[in-house]
Write a protein of this length. Sequence first.
Length: 208
Amino acid sequence: MSPRRHFLQALLGAGLAVGAGAARADAVDALRAFIRDVHSGRAAFTQTVTSVDGARKKVSSGEFEFQRPNRFRFEYLRPYEQLIVADGSQVWIYDPGLDQVSTRPLGQALGATPAALLAGGSLDEQFNLAAQPSSDGTDWVLATPKVKDGPFQSMRVGFKGGALTAVEIVDSFGQHSELRFSAFQANVALPPERFRFTPPDGADVIRP
């Protein structure tokens, strides 16, 4: 299974000093504010997928857009092109190299996944949240799905100055995926057609 497919399936302490605890609480507040106040967004991303043994890494990059509720677009540009689009009811994955499209209902594809957290509206219903120590100016929140035996074990979401900067995922196989966002723009006007997909003529369409 490709690292990108892993991302889609995965796609999205006590005893501390009082001051540190207060700072860490802000990270959860930042995530709640992001879900509440950021209704659309656009960013460039770099994704690094590391094998379970840590010996192999695969890096890809592209552009990410979302619009609540449940519309998002991951457009991989390097090293290979691939497009993942959620239109509010279906998720579409298009591989130009294979001229192949796969699709499935949104509810089956998302559930308690990182993509659902970033582009959906549910938070406390799906995830347990815990603030973690800040590092390099980034505030971190650990989100673990309430439903066990799902596609991923845990996810860390990073914010810097209230802006989304990173998502780190550990999937159900123990594989690590890291997304780093840059040039994030919040509440931008995005054309509706960005979240629509029509299979190209002649493409092989796979449905569940």
